[in-house]
Design a protein around this ligand. Structure first.
Ligand SMILES: NC(=O)c1ccc[n+]([C@@H]2O[C@H](COP(=O)([O-])OP(=O)(O)OC[C@H]3O[C@@H](n4cnc5c(N)ncnc54)[C@H](OP(=O)(O)O)[C@@H]3O)[C@@H](O)[C@H]2O)c1
Length: 325
C-alpha cells in the first residue's frame, strides 16, 4: 500500500510517498480502507521530532481517519466489513489502509460524507474530554476558547453554542473572527488587535469566564487567570507560545481557580472508550441533526502531504485540513 514516510525527521523534514506493507488487524481492531485522514498540529511536531509517538504506535503519521471497514480483527463483533466509520488512532492515518482500535471507532454520522467524517474524531474527543470531563462545564456557564479557527476551536464553538453557552473566542484575523462568529461564538476577539482579558471582563460585567480552553500557553497562562471568574477552570491542551513563563499565582488562590493540562493520545483504551461512548450519545446526534458539522478548510491528495503541512504551519486555515489517498 501507499503511505507517507518522514524523510529527514527534524526541523527540515520532508514527507514522501512510500510503499509499505498493508497492516493486518489484531484483536480489538478493524482494518480501514482510508477515505481521508485529518491533519493535526501534533503531526507537525512529530515530523519535527518534537513529539515522539507513544510506545507501540505506528511510525506513520496520522491520528484520525475516515473510511470503510475492509476486515475485522479476531473477536470483533459489533462491526462488519463495508461499514462507514471514522476513528481516533495512535498513528498510521497518512496511508491507504490503517488498523483502528475499537475504542476510537465511531460510525460516520448520517448526513456527513465518508470523506468529511475524517475531520471529526480528534477534535470532538479532545473538546469533550477537556471541557465536559476535565473542566466540568455546567449548564449556563461562560467559556473562552482560544484558537477559535483551529480544528479544535471550530468543533468546540459549535458544541458549546448548541448546548446554550455564551462562547468567547480568540482568532488571529478579521476574516477568522467573522468565520468563527458564524459557528456560534457570541464574541470573537482578534487577539492581534484586542486584549482578550479586557474584552471578556467588559462583556461579563467584570466577572470573567467560568471555563477557558487554551492551546497557547506562554503569557496566556497569566492572562487566562485574569480573565477567569471565581471558581474558574482553565485547561491547557497546548503551549504554542512556550511551556516556560513567569507567573504570579495570586489570582489562583484568591479566585479559587483550577489549572489543568491533558493529553489524549497516551490515555488507556478504557478511558478512550468512555469518551467514544459519550460522543456517540451526546454529540453524534447533534451532527446528524445538522446542528454541528465538520468545518473543512482544504483537501490535499495524500501525495501532497508536505503541502498540507505547509498550509497548517502558515496558519491561514479555518477548520480542518484533509489528506485524500
Ligand atoms: N492535548 C491534547 O490532547 C490535544 C489534542 C488535540 C490538539 N491539541 C492542541 O490543540 C491545538 C490545536 O490543534 P489543531 O490540530 O486544531 O491545530 P491548528 O488548526 O493548527 O490550530 C492552532 C491554532 O492556534 C491558534 N493560535 C496560535 N497562536 C495564538 C494566539 N496567540 N492566540 C490565540 N490563538 C492562537 C492559531 O490561530 P491563528 O492562526 O489565528 O493564530 C490556530 O487556530 C494545538 O496546539 C494542538 O497541539 C492538543
Amino acid at each position: 500500500m501507499r503511505a507517507i514516510a518522514i524523510e529527514n525527521p527534524g526541523p527540515d523534514y520532508r514527507l514522501v510517498m512510500a510503499e509499505m506493507p498493508k497492516p493486518r488487524p489484531g484483536a480489538g481492531e478493524v482494518l480501514i480502507r482510508v477515505a481521508a485522514a485529518g491533519l493535526n498540529h501534533a503531526d507537525l511536531l512529530q515530523a519535527q521530532g518534537r513529539y515522539p509517538p507513544p510506545p507501540g504506535a505506528p511510525d506513520i503519521l496520522g491520528m484520525e481517519v475516515s473510511g470503510v471497514i475492509e476486515s475485522l480483527g479476531p473477536g470483533v463483533r459489533d462491526w462488519k466489513a463495508g461499514d462507514a466509520v471514522c476513528a481516533l488512532l495512535m498513528g498510521g492515518g497518512y496511508s491507504e489502509y490503517v488498523n483502528a482500535p475499537l475504542e476510537g471507532l465511531l460510525p460516520v454520522p448520517a448526513g456527513v460524507s465518508v470523506q468529511d467524517a475524517a475531520a471529526l474524531p480528534e477534535a470532538h474527543f479532545t473538546v469533550w474530554t477537556n471541557l465536559i470531563d476535565t473542566a466540568r462545564l455546567q449548564p449556563g456557564e461562560t467559556v473562552l476558547i482560544h484558537g477559535g479557527s483551529s480544528g479544535i476551536g471550530t468543533a468546540a464553538i459549535q458544541l458549546l453554542a448548541v448546548r446554550g453557552h455564551q462562547v468567547f473566542t480568540t482568532a488571529g484575523s478579521a476574516d477568522k473572527c467573522a468565520a468563527v462568529k458564524k459557528l456560534g461564538a457570541a464574541r470573537a476577539i482578534d487577539y492581534r488587535s484586542e486584549d482578550f482579558v479586557a474584552v471578556v471582563k467588559a462583556a461579563t460585567g467584570g466577572k470573567g469566564v467560568d471555563v477557558i480552553l487554551d492551546m497557547v500557553g506562554g503569557d496566556y497562562v497569566q492572562r487566562n487567570m485574569s480573565a477567569a471568574a471565581v471558581w474558574g477552570r482553565i485547561v491547557n491542551i497546548g503551549f504554542q507560545k512556550g511551556f516556560e513563563t513567569q507567573v504570579n499565582f495570586t489570582p489562583l488562590l484568591v479566585k479559587r481557580l483550577t489549572l489543568a493540562g491533558t493529553t489524549l493520545r497516551g490515555r488507556t483504551p478504557a478511558q478512550k472508550a468512555a469518551i467514544r461512548d459519550a460522543l456517540a450519545k451526546e454529540v453524534w446526534p447533534l451532527i446528524e441533526q445538522g446542528r454541528i458539522r465538520p468545518i473543512l478548510d482544504s483537501r490535499f491528495a495524500l501525495a501532497e502531504a508536505q503541502q498540507a503541512h505547509d498550509r497548517m504551519r502558515e496558519s491561514g486555515h479555518i477548520g480542518k485540513i484533509l489528506l485524500v489517498p
